[in-house]
Design a binder for this molecule. Structure first.
Ligand code: AN0
Ligand code: CP
Length: 322
């Protein structure tokens, strides 16, 4: 695997899920694979789960992780080409990437969407520079438009908890005070389209995700209707994707608290499991009652981040073997 970015990078999903189950059963069985190998985990933004689960996955595989927080541990990096660097950025990505790549075998990058320029973000400008100038396998640890490590962990969780074939999975927008990226819902939709589930996406008008990610999902603007008979509820806030009007990109169009997932909506589901990638704002995205219920999967979902990351790193290490 040269990069981990889209669902297509993982190939056959049932094989990937089987491998995930094996990795979960015997996490230390591939310790020799990572011997004398190093992964560089580069963070332009905050993280709890991604940084810890990626380090744990690397350690399980016998690989050494190096974590770098850009702007805190390192110099502030310029990411735009052709600019006069007379501001607070001391170094350009164009040099920093090949330098970092020289110290490792795999690079993981967290670089959130700027949410001001849709074309710049949707071209995955920063991640593409890592691919181009690093010459090493690259893992998106949430980049501008995708969060594949999260979506893979979510799929593993759904596979573990589903009560029957082809569960009904509902991705619902929920309110949040700040402007958040579309990476999590984009990847979730992309992966659910590729999986054997019935996918329904619900959000207020104006929050339509990019059709490339929506795929064959049914879009339902009535949240209660969308929730009817659902087996899994996946909540997430995202800002305006600006599909029809790029000038609206990144805006918070609604703060409607009636979309906060509570017992009212959960009552019409098929006793659905509740999922969220975390970090979550309680009583904005979801009520205490729903997130604290036995049907809440947020903790096992976060635990599966290690499993997902380990499958991805394992495959990259296998490809690096002589
Ligand atoms: C980020 C987001 O919405 O993309 C990270 C989620 C994994 N969330 C926040 O910034 C709160
Ligand atoms: N879900 C997730 O990626 O969490 P972090 O932002 O804490 O890594």
């Amino acid at each position: 695997m040269k990069s981990f970015f889209h669902v297509s990078d993982i190939g056959d999903l049932s094989a990937a899920l089987q491998e995930a189950a094996e990795v979960k059963r015997t996490p230390f069985a591939w310790k020799a694979l990572g011997e004398n190998k190093t992964i560089m985990l580069v963070f332009f933004n905050s993280s709890l789960r991604t940084r810890l689960s990626s380090q744990k996955a690397a350690l399980n595989l016998g690989m050494s992780p190096i974590v770098l927080n850009i702007g805190q541990d390192s110099w502030k990096l310029e990411t735009e080409m052709g600019v006069v660097m007379d501001g607070d950025k001391s170094e350009h990505l164009r040099e920093a990437i090949p330098v970092m790549a020289g110290y490792c075998d795999i690079i993981g990058v967290r670089s959130f969407a700027g949410l001001t320029d849709r074309a710049y973000d949707y071209a995955e400008t920063v991640l593409r520079q890592f691919i181009e100038y690093g010459g090493k396998p690259v893992i998106s640890l949430e980049s501008a438009t995708v969060h594949p490590c999260q979506a893979f962990a979510d799929l593993i969780t759904i596979e573990e908890y589903r009560r029957g074939p082809r569960p009904k999975v509902v991705l619902t927008w929920a309110p949040h005070p700040r402007s958040l990226p579309q990476a999590v819902p984009n990847s979730f939709a992309e992966w659910m389209n590729a999986a054997d589930v019935e996918l329904v996406i619900t959000h207020p008008e104006g929050y339509e995700l990019d059709p490339a990610f929506v795929g064959n999902a049914r879009v339902e603007y009535d949240q209660m209707k969308a929730f009817e008979g659902a087996d899994f509820i996946y909540a997430k806030n995202w800002s305006c994707p600006g599909v029809t009007d790029p000038s609206q990109y990144g805006r918070v169009l609604s703060q409607d608290r009636s979309w906060t997932v509570g017992t009212r909506q959960m009552a019409v589901t098929n006793d659905a499991f509740f999922m969220h990638c975390l970090p979550v704002r309680r009583n904005m995205i979801v009520t205490d009652e729903v997130i604290d219920a036995p049907t809440s999967l947020v903790i096992p979902e976060a635990a599966n981040r290690t499993v997902a990351a380990q499958v991805v790193m394992k495959r990259m290490l296998e490809d690096l073997q002589p």
